[in-house]
Design a protein around this ligand. Structure first.
Ligand code: MG
Ligand code: MG
Length: 309
């Protein structure tokens, strides 16, 4: 149990570290990063959002908003069967509305459009939209993975339901489920070799996300994002090496960084995260993440028990 908690905490703190590190070079080209920083490897803030040192962006704060809604709903809300999730999904939508009204430092266009649609029309999903293949639903799904650990059906149902609040596209769905499944595997102890093997099998089954040879595209298009994340995660076993290589690819570097940080953080555990990065995060962020990590894990345990009564 202690080892599982270390991995859960490693994933959530890794997400925040990758977000904070990558945000400095978001929307930059790799060549521009070389000119400005050589190799970008320190959490220093700045970037186009003019962040404070250690500040995180929407990738982390939207995950925290989703996590808070899941915690508020409690285990009984998670265990409802398909088609009966409306109350919980509505409360997640409500949490996104409050998050947006709190004037977050950043919000993607597709997320904003989906949240405003929910606010004004009350609908839990928009119609299928070819423009919804961004990475905004994928980037925030960590709390669903944690809260449903050990329950395949609840994981799949709630991942898609939270995703569709803002993103309704089969590639977004596939990436959210695929990266979510990989995260579950790593939390349960898969090592680097097992990780590579799983990624190879998954990309064989989902060829759109195949990344060999790697095309070097790290945009917010969910295919580019997933290819970049899987490429660097499987190339480097070491957390720091994987994350530095990822964010120096630039473009949507906070989100590719957050996702590699999450997966590599689950692989190595919180106790092996680089201390110089961990200590740069804002204390309030670390506190919120630590609280949610144990709360969401307890939720997963409660879900298991409530399904067995
Ligand atoms: Mg961001
Ligand atoms: Mg981003």
């Amino acid at each position: 149990m202690r080892e599982l908690f270390d991995k859960v905490l490693g994933a959530y703190l890794g997400l925040a570290i990758g977000d904070a590190l990558g945000a400095t070079v978001e929307f930059m080209r790799p060549r521009e990063i070389v000119l400005a920083y050589g190799v970008h490897r320190e959490i220093i803030g700045g970037g186009w959002l003019k962040l404070a040192r250690g500040q995180v962006t929407d990738d982390t704060t939207m995950s925290l908003a989703l996590g808070a809604a899941l915690l508020q709903g409690g285990a009984p809300a998670l265990s409802r069967h398909a088609g009966d999730d409306e109350t919980l999904v509505r409360s997640i939508g409500q949490a996104f509305v409050l998050w947006l009204q709190g004037k977050p430092v950043d919000c993607g266009n597709t997320c904003r459009r989906g949240i405003l649609r929910f606010l004004h029309e009350g609908t839990l999903a928009g119609p299928y939209n070819p423009g919804d293949a961004g990475n905004g639903a994928l980037m925030r799904n960590l709390p669903v993975v944690l809260a449903t650990l050990g329950n395949d059906a609840a994981f799949e149902r709630l991942s898609i339901a939270q995703a569709h609040l803002t993103h309704h596209h089969p590639l977004s769905d596939a990436a959210t489920l695929g990266i979510g499944q990989l995260l579950r595997l790593l939390l349960l102890g898969a090592d680097h070799t097992e990780c590579r093997r799983w990624v190879e099998a998954w990309t064989n089954g989902n060829p759109a996300f195949g990344f060999t040879p790697y095309r070097g595209r790290a945009t917010a298009y969910v295919v580019d994002t997933a290819q970049t994340v899987l490429n660097f995660l499987t190339l480097h076993e070491d957390f720091e090496a994987a994350l530095v290589a990822t964010v120096n690819q630039g473009d949507d570097a906070d989100t590719t960084g957050a996702l590699v940080g999450m997966l590599a953080g689950a692989r190595c555990g919180a106790s092996r995260l680089p201390p110089h990065w961990l200590h740069r995060l804002q204390p309030a962020t670390v506190q919120a993440i630590t609280d949610q990590a144990s709360g969401l894990l307890a939720l997963a345990q409660g879900l298991k028990e409530s399904e067995h009564v």
